[in-house]
Design a protein around this ligand. Sequence first.
Ligand code: FUL
Length: 632
Amino acid sequence: MFRKYLLMLSCLGSTLTAATEPAPYGPLPTEQQVNWLRMEWYAFVHFGLNTYTDREWGYGDESPKLFNPSNFNAEAIVKTFKGAGMSGMIYTAKHHDGFCTWPTKSTKHNITLSPWKKGKGDVVKEFAKACQKHNFAFGTYLSPWDRNCAEYGREGYLKVYYRQIKELLTKYGPIFEIWFDGAMGGDGFYGGARENRNIGEADKYYNYEKVVKNIRKLQPDCIIWGAAGRGDVTWGGSEKGFVKYPLWNTNGKKWLSLEGDTPINHRGWFWHPGQGGNVKSPEHLMEIYLSSVGRGANLILNLAPNRDGRLDAADVASLKAFGKMRTRLLAKDYALGAKVKASQVRGKDSKFDGSKLTDGDIESYWCPEDGNTSPKAEIRLAAPATFDVIRLREQIRLGQRVEAFQVEAMVDGEWVTIVKPGQPGEEETQFNLRDGKGHTIGNQVMRWLSQPVTTNRLRLTITRAKACPCISELSLLRMPTAEEAEQVEVDDSGDKPLDSQKWKFTGIAAEKAPLAFDGNADTRWYAGKTPAHFVVDMRKSHTISGFSYLPRQDGNTKGMTSRYRVELSTDGQNWTLASEGEFGNLRANPVEQFVTFTPKKARYFRFSATASLDGVGSSVAEMKIFGQPAGK
Ligand code: FUL
């Protein structure tokens, strides 16, 4: 009797045992690389002396006096980008001509010698501030090649260059990505020598090993582009914006993602007089997007300000139209909530079942048993839908695994293959767009069909994988017509604070937490100790990009939160760090503090006060959380 009871217990125990996650496969992305891939696309901004000389590459002898934008407005530019749906921007703080657009101490060849703002201007600062204000990621491009510096090619230049890196990474807040261009050495002004300088092996000359180490210390979250393969991201391989497919985010033992780069205007990276007619069409931008982001890379799209410091109207019109197309394309996923039956589920555990493909959660995933590299899943929509873009995502935190896949649809009672499985050796090297085959997935792959398909039943087959596949999403999308895209409303006024009315609060002194969101600076959340935290349940998923904090305004500094940590969660259990740091100078200037981070999907927001002034308790007079409803 007792034995039987024990047996029963152990059976019960085994059905309750949760299956374990598969072991990671191959090189893994860092948390920063995962966040970066989720940014999808952002702007490149080439703006400097070349803007005034009608050149793409300055020689290095151009006069700083030429730089004088009459109407530069960083905020207007940032709002345009953000309104189009971009996630950030990277500015050319110094291009090959060596002219530094911030008041650097490293060289005289800088903005203090320009007439703009009587030599008191700082373009980097204006962009950085505008980005911070609008919760938009900011990054910089710093050309290693410097055609102005007399010491270029010798030991002496390195000090200059390292100082520039340090200035950019310490004076302008968070830098999400730093770009080290690949163009290295050649002829130039070089302080008047006007000669050819060869630096030999770039990796050795710049000592990228040291540079990378240094950047990790200064800004651990900063994504490093290039650096002779020592960074986190590398060139997509064409300045047309496309990357090759299949796409592997791996380089030997390392995870290395790709970034497709291209200017929106055929004339080049910098603004050129009369370039308006050469802008790439919104339809072409969609092709570029599908051939970069749609193949598993990110896209950096350049828009160059003109001599007034304003974006070119034709460029902006095309960007806006494409932005609407993209927003509309991604707005509705016809597979969301669809029923899925998988050929195999890991440990028969619902945590890994087929429903994870259509739950709209990028983190959960469907996964079979170890060793099964060709599972199938059948998807049943509640009602037939018409779509022409199929998007798949892998759970890349466990490594990139899928080599090929196939998608079939039930049409008129028969299974029809709509995405053919890729075969080894095949490659897409251009904008080959419609009816592409199913090769790698990675962060995401989008396949655009030449004909829309209407069905309520589909079958996904992973045909080849390096290890049991972990597929996090399958989406069915519809490319909008120009008229449909036109109807999308664009908000280019920047991120607004989320509406806090229905939020719930837990944590320490949770009953006082609503006072931090009541729009009244005279009332506040106050906890009698430090550290202390509160958790905001926003009741729905949002893409969170930052927050603001207003310290107490009654002239008393006691218990004013001076250091913080913000963590985000989709389930209220597992937390990811979004940002931590200091609110500096509060005693002298207790103004609203803005913090921006890489946008992330979350329902829960945990704010921890980790230090406070004068050691008594923790407080927040007002707080705003910035973001957008998830899915945007
Ligand atoms: C290239 C540079 O030489 C171009 O001028 C431009 O900055 C582009 C993004 O990278 O290598």
